[in-house]
Design a protein around this ligand. Structure first.
Ligand code: COA
Length: 379
């Protein structure tokens, strides 16, 4: 028996080119991104996050009463359950915020009576709780680590409004709320991205939504996925001034470093979300009194196209957008999760509806079959 020849399926490193499931949630074609058939530009211009969540989960835009009822149910779930407060305050906060988010989601599952009930109504209730509460957790984490008491959400305000309010401790400017809401729309789903795939793999074992969302949070954290937005801002601060951009990028590329916020497995003609975020970044960095951050970003963008023919992805201009809104740099990736949880839940619900466990093969390249060696014969 030669196990290295036993399995002869094609190898696609990183699963490039593999179609792993059928999905009706979102798709990428060229540089067009569609959520349930609507372009991301159309949704960013006309919709808002709660409506997009409904669209992703139910497959169509809601009617007026459906939206009102859905938004009220979602917003009513934003407050953390009272039992959570005791242990929440006891957790260490000098940690990566994505690890904190992961731990709190695990903790919340212990208090959720639906946690291990895998049935449609319970799954929707949990999806609602998770989507409503990630924003509250991230804002509360920041308040607690800054020595402040967390603020409770206000149930008749949107998730975008509440996040900025709970994070910054004051009523947010309506224009900033709209900008942040657009960011939530842009990040809500993205076909079979790594974290959505993680969530689907976990739910395909018929493990519950909490486990699937925790798997997705862990996957999003990495700098090749959602962690890139934080690294982009750190890179801009390290470069410091626009005149240093080209030399800094050339040195990084010569050292074979990846430039965060560039490249994409699927988009080869440009990421439509980056185009929307680029114009937001230009406006918001100017309003925040840091136009140099946009100027540096635009120079990096030009230089990367000239030298590597690589285009920016969603994480590149979102960094300066979030920074201009006063969001702390280490919260950029948790803010991505605050939105993407809606897509993760949509994928888990879709996976349950037509489930088959994910179980690919690995082509064996290890030692040949051998007999167990007793200890004193091992040399
Ligand atoms: N900076 C420099 N070079 C890059 C690059 C980047 N950001 N992205 C890709 N490349 C280069 C690779 O080095 C590779 O070159 P090579 O063929 O000479 O080795 C080539 O482009 C293909 O890249 P690869 O990493 O194989 O593509 P991938 O599809 O496996 O990975 C990403 C896609 C997004 C993970 C990758 O582009 C990347 O790491 N980008 C930076 C992180 C980031 O912004 N992530 C957020 C994604 S939304």
């Amino acid at each position: 028996m030669d196990p290295s020849t036993e399995y002869t399926g094609a190898i696609d490193r990183g699963l490039e080119g593999v179609v792993a499931c059928t999905t009706g949630i979102s798709t990428i074609s060229g540089s067009t991104l569609l959520y349930r058939g609507y372009t991301i530009e159309d949704l960013a211009a006309n919709s808002h996050f709660e409506e997009v969540v409904y669209l992703l989960w139910h497959g169509r835009l809601p009617r007026r009463t459906e939206l009102a009822e859905f938004s009220a149910r979602l917003r009513a779930q934003m407050a953390l359950p009272p039992q959570a407060f005791g242990w929440f305050h006891g957790l260490p906060t000098a940690v990566h915020p994505m690890d904190f988010l992961h731990a709190v989601v695990a903790g919340l599952s212990l208090h959720d009576p639906d946690a291990n009930i895998i049935e449609d109504a319970a799954n929707l209730r949990k999806a609602l709780r998770l989507t409503a509460r990630l924003a509250t957790i991230v804002a509360a984490y920041h308040r607690v680590r800054s020595g402040q008491w967390p603020l409770q959400p206000i149930a008749d305000r949107s998730l975008a409004w509440n996040f900025l309010y709970m994070l910054q401790g004051r009523e947010p400017d309506p224009a900033r709320v709209r900008d942040f809401d657009v960011c939530l729309i842009l990040h809500a789903d993205h076909e079979l991205n790594a974290s959505a795939f993680s969530a689907r793999v976990t739910s395909s074992t018929l493990s519950g939504i909490y486990s699937s969302i925790m798997a997705a949070i862990g996957t999003l954290k990495g700098p090749l996925h959602g962690g890139a937005n934080e690294q982009v801002m750190r890179m801009l601060l390290e470069i410091g001034t626009a005149e240093r951009v080209e030399a800094w990028i050339d040195d990084a590329l010569a050292a074979k470093r990846k430039i965060m916020g560039f490249g994409h497995r699927v988009y080869k003609e440009g990421d439509p979300r980056a185009r929307i975020l680029r114009s937001m970044s230009e406006r918001l960095t100017r309003d925040a009194g840091h136009p140099e951050h946009y100027e540096m970003s635009a120079r990096i963008d030009d230089h990367m196209q000239k030298t590597k023919e690589l285009l920016p992805n969603v994480d590149f201009y979102s960094a300066t957008v979030y920074h201009s809104m006063g969001i702390p740099i280490d919260l950029f990736t948790p803010v991505f999760a605050v939105s993407r949880v809606a897509g993760w839940c949509a994928h888990v619900l879709e996976q349950y509806a037509n489930n088959r466990i994910y179980r690919p093969r690995g082509r064996y390249a290890g030692p040949p079959p051998s007999s167990y060696l007793p200890m004193d014969e091992r040399g």
